[in-house]
Every structure is written in structure tokens, then in C-alpha cells.
Design a protein around this ligand. Structure first.
Ligand SMILES: [Zn+2]
Length: 430
């Protein structure tokens, strides 16, 4: 007897005709043709059933603030940082919580059930950290929210940032952040990496830094981050977010750098939507794409997870809460178009990011949490192509969100009466 039985699922690994039995909020069976009774039965009708989407790089304190106090006219990173600086003194606990909670509603509807959010700790009032800790508690029944203490204005460059970061960690913020490329000098950046890794080692915390988010081919902070990770014995617990300067680095140098990153088991989080928008701003033509070396990093065995970074905030006027939009952009920007490539991109918005966040019980194996999403698509490649409806979003065996399938009715003489976009899947895709 199961609490919930999902029939006829296709799994991301390609197995089809699979039933998933759920008992006490956990997956109790994954096999074809389960005969047992169940309190509730859902027919997946051969559609893809995936573990939930995971966003390992977000800014929950800034989301949905687009237009406050004005729009980012140039669309650059620096105008975005300046705009956020104007908005920051006016932020209140209530408004921050309200926006974040509203965003989380959207996230759940998209099957996004785990988020790592950076929290700006540059303002010594720490109203952002207080509000996000409140949100973490409120959404805990349905979203795993991790918080990173992020010194947006620089750890050494921002006044009061050192003390504020320490206080945010004391308040319960989970992870140590940084922004070495924004410090005044390359030397200060390297010093900040050392200091922040030391804090993480002393407190037993993970590290996730905005790192080398520039087009500067001579930026060297990811090298420092890898070296300090090894020096402090933090292998597997440190993440470099963005790493866009790697796109412009000399190939010879990168041939030394990537093995250093692998030695440190550095986790990598590219943010394809925002970086396609922000990078290459000083280029005329040819114009660089400004995304880190995703295929090379994956090939070297590094764990690569994709983040959204921003939704409707001073840096990015787009965003939908849908990690499949991120994978879709990554597919184009990296030209990773083969079947195997698309599987790897799907992993980058699901299992890889779950590993980066260290989520327990994530996955579709027996014993995992009964957290899953039924998509109106046949397989991961089709999910990236269609960015389809999330038909059911389930957590711990309970339905959190659902939507009717997208089906258009047609009135065309001699043509079919209905169109289901998922029916257009290629027959021999791989
Ligand atoms: Zn960010």
C-alpha cells in the first residue's frame, strides 16, 4: 500500500513505463508495473518525471524590484550595482519578505524547489539578511533555501563589510560569499579570497563567491580560489560563480588553470541568461559571448550547475523562475546541441546543482524524498526545447502545484482539431 503512485513515467535517464510508489513522503519503489494499492494514483501518461529544478545562484533580496527607484538604462552590471545602492537605504523587512514570498510562489509553479540565494550584507543594518532568514523559515515546508553572505560592495572596498559579514554568519546565514574582482586591486581581491576561505574553514561552512565576473583576460581570482580551497582543505565545499573572464583567457593559461580547479573539486555556477546580457559591453565587433568555458569544465569532470542569478531586478529586466529557460539559453550560447549535450545541460539544472547545494535525499531512487515534477514533454532534450508546462509539482508526496496541459484547439479545414506541442518530439532522438 502506497500513499501515492505515479504510473507510466519516463525518467531523465531514458527508462520509460516506470511506476513510482511513495510512502511517508519518500520514494518507496521505482519499477515497471507496480501492483500495489495506493491512496492516490497519478497517470504520467509517458511524460517526463524529473526531480525538482534547483537554482544554485539567485538574489532573493533584489528580485521583483525592477523599476525601483528607476530603470537601469545602460543595462550594465555597474549601473545595476549603482541602482541597487540607491534602493538599499529604502529597503524594509516587510517589502523584502513580500517580494521574496511572491517570487517563491512563482518558483513552486515552475517546479523549482531548491534555491541558493546570495544576500547583500553591505548595509550594516542587515535588514536584507534578517528578512531572508525570515523567508527561509517561512518557505521551509516547500523550498530548500540556502543563504550566502554576499559583500556586494567588496569585502575590503565596502565600508563595514568585514564586520557585517561576520554578523550575518552569526545570525544564521549559511555560506560565505565574496566578490574578489570588485575589490580595488587584484592584490586586494586575492587577499579577500584568502580571508573568506579562512572564515569558512574556521566555521565549517561552504564558500560561494562571485568570481571573475568580467571580460578581463588577466583576472586571476579563480586561480586564488582553487589554491585557497586546497590550502584550507575545503575541497568539494567551494563554488566559483560566473567565472566569465575564463572565456577571454589565454588557452595556454587555461590548460593549467582547469586542472587546478579539478584538484580543488571546485564547483562551478555559470549564469547564462544574465551573462549573455551583461558581458562583452566594452566590445564593438567581434563581440564576445562572455560565458565561462562550460563544455571544457564539464569535460574535465567539474560539477557545473546553472543559476538564474536575477529575475526582474536592477541587473536583469527578464526572468521567469524557470530553470529550463536557463538551460535553453546555455544550449545556444555553448552550442551544446547533441543528445548527450542536452542531457548534460538538464543535469546542470537538476542533479549537479543539488550536489553543489549538498541537498540530502535528492533524486528519484528508492529512499529519496518524494519530490518530483511531471512535465509536458517526452524527455530532457524535449523539456529544454519546449520549456513546457509543469503538470504536477510534488514535494514529500504532496501536490504543491498543477496546471492543465497546453493544448490548442484548431479550426482548419482538413487539419487536426488539436495541437499538443509535446506530440512533435522527434521519433529517433538521442
Ligand atoms: Zn549573482
Amino acid at each position: 500500500m502506497f500513499d501515492l503512485l505515479i504510473r507510466n513515467a519516463t525518467l531523465p535517464d531514458g527508462r520509460s513505463g516506470i511506476d513510482i510508489g511513495v510512502r511517508n513522503g519518500r520514494i518507496a519503489a521505482v519499477e515497471p508495473g507496480i501492483a500495489a494499492e495506493a491512496g492516490e494514483v497519478i497517470d504520467a501518461a509517458g511524460q517526463l518525471v524529473s526531480p525538482p529544478f534547483v537554482d544554485p545562484h539567485f538574489h532573493m533580496d533584489a528580485t521583483l524590484s525592477l523599476g525601483l527607484p528607476r530603470m537601469n538604462v545602460s543595462g550594465t552590471l555597474l549601473e545595476g550595482i549603482a541602482l541597487w545602492g540607491e534602493l538599499r537605504p529604502t529597503l524594509t523587512h516587510e517589502a523584502l519578505v513580500e517580494r521574496a514570498m511572491r517570487y517563491c510562489d512563482l518558483a513552486v509553479s515552475k517546479g523549482l524547489l531548491a534555491i541558493r540565494s546570495h544576500v547583500d550584507v553591505s548595509d550594516p543594518r542587515l535588514v536584507t539578511a534578517e528578512a531572508m532568514l525570515d523567508v527561509r523559515e517561512r518557505v521551509a515546508p516547500y523550498i530548500d533555501l540556502q543563504l550566502v553572505a554576499f559583500p556586494q560592495d567588496g569585502y575590503y572596498r565596502g565600508p563595514d563589510a568585514e564586520a557585517a559579514l561576520t554578523r550575518a554568519l552569526d545570525m544564521g546565514v549559511d555560506i560565505v560569499g565574496g566578490i574578489p574582482h570588485f575589490e580595488r586591486t587584484m592584490a586586494d581581491g586575492a587577499r579577500s579570497v584568502e580571508a573568506l576561505c579562512r572564515i569558512a574553514a574556521e566555521r565549517g561552512l561552504m564558500v560561494d563567491m562571485h568570481c571573475d565576473e568580467s571580460d578581463d583576460p588577466l583576472s586571476r581570482h579563480v586561480e586564488s580560489l582553487a589554491a585557497e580551497t586546497v590550502r584550507f582543505g575545503l575541497q568539494g565545499r567551494v563554488t566559483g560563480s560566473h567565472l566569465t573572464s575564463m572565456h577571454s583567457m589565454d588557452n595556454y593559461y587555461v590548460s593549467k588553470l582547469i586542472p587546478l580547479m579539478a584538484e580543488a573539486d571546485l564547483r562551478v555556477i555559470p549564469n547564462p541568461l544574465i551573462n549573455m546580457m551583461l558581458q562583452g559591453r566594452h566590445d564593438s565587433y567581434p563581440k564576445r559571448r562572455g560565458l565561462t568555458r562550460i563544455p571544457q569544465l564539464m569535460e574535465a569532470g567539474l560539477t557545473v550547475g546553472f543559476g538564474q542569478d536575477c529575475v526582474l531586478d536592477p541587473w536583469y529586466s527578464m526572468g521567469t523562475g524557470d530553470l529550463l529557460d536557463v538551460a535553453h539559453m546555455a544550449m545556444h550560447a555553448t552550442q551544446m546541441g547533441s543528445g548527450a549535450d542536452k542531457r548534460a545541460l538538464f543535469d546542470a539544472v537538476t542533479v549537479n546543482s543539488a550536489k553543489i547545494m549538498g541537498l540530502d535525499g535528492y533524486g528519484l531512487e528508492v529512499g529519496c524524498n518524494a519530490d518530483m515534477v511531471i512535465l509536458q514533454a517526452k524527455d530532457p532534450a524535449e523539456a529544454i526545447r519546449l520549456r513546457p508546462h509543469r503538470l504536477k509539482v510534488i514535494r514529500r508526496g504532496k501536490l504543491l502545484a498543477e496546471i492543465a496541459p497546453e493544448v490548442s484547439r484548431l479550426s482548419l479545414d482538413g487539419r487536426p482539431a488539436r495541437v499538443d506541442p509535446a506530440d512533435y518530439a522527434p521519433r529517433h532522438a538521442s
